[in-house]
Design a protein around this ligand. Structure first.
Ligand SMILES: [Zn+2]
Length: 105
């Protein structure tokens, strides 16, 4: 079994399995982090991961969470509500072609 060596800021070096590490990669934003829970102090540790660390953790079998670029987009206006979704569903029942009704941002 693969052993991953990481460092807890409080406890020092810790040995982890790939299942104990979470790798998050946001390629569109150019950053990546890995997290693990220290087995001694039980703190959740998060550290930046450069390309080399991402490659090593991936090859060791750590699951990679990819952050979609849409998450990092700037949004304007109020969040969509359930009423907005219901209004759209009702509107779609009476409209077969929606393209003419689309408004560019
Ligand atoms: Zn610790």
């Amino acid at each position: 079994m693969t052993t991953i060596k990481a460092t807890c800021p409080m406890c020092g070096d810790v040995d982890l399995t790939p299942a104990q590490v979470r790798l998050t990669v946001a390629q569109a934003a150019g950053w990546a982090t890995y997290t693990f829970t220290c087995g001694t102090c039980h703190d959740l540790i998060e550290k930046a991961a450069d390309d080399e660390v991402v490659a090593l953790l991936s090859s060791a079998g750590v699951c990679v969470d990819l952050v979609p670029g849409e998450v990092l987009e700037t949004h304007r206006g109020a969040p969509i509500t359930y009423d907005d979704v219901l209004d759209l569903a009702l509107w779609l029942e009476t409209h077969d072609v929606i393209v003419p009704h689309l408004v560019a941002p």
